[in-house]
Design a protein around this ligand. Structure first.
Ligand SMILES: [Zn+2]
Length: 86
């Protein structure tokens, strides 16, 4: 019985190790285009609240902006300065 438990534990550990090291691109690749929003924010185009975790984002000058819709994102990306300067 104890030996079985050890086997299962080893199996779990090796699975976890594989998961954490086996897929490096999963951790670094999406940075450029699909940053998810870290905190609740406001859509700079229409002013609507945007919940954290959304991937409708755009990284502008190292700041991640979130949007309520693909349309707002597109509007912002085509002319970000218009919506950032007041
Ligand atoms: Zn919007």
């Amino acid at each position: 019985m104890k030996k079985l438990m050890t086997c299962i534990l080893l199996l779990l550990l090796s699975t976890a190790a594989f998961k954490s090291s086996g897929n490096p691109e999963l951790l670094s690749a999406p940075q450029a285009q699909t940053d998810s929003l870290k905190t609740d924010a406001r859509d700079p185009v229409c002013g609507m609240k945007v919940k954290k975790g959304t991937t409708l984002t755009h990284n502008h000058n190292k700041v991640v902006y979130g949007f309520c819709s693909a349309g707002c994102k597109k509007t912002f990306v085509s002319n970000p300065d218009k919506y950032l300067k007041k």
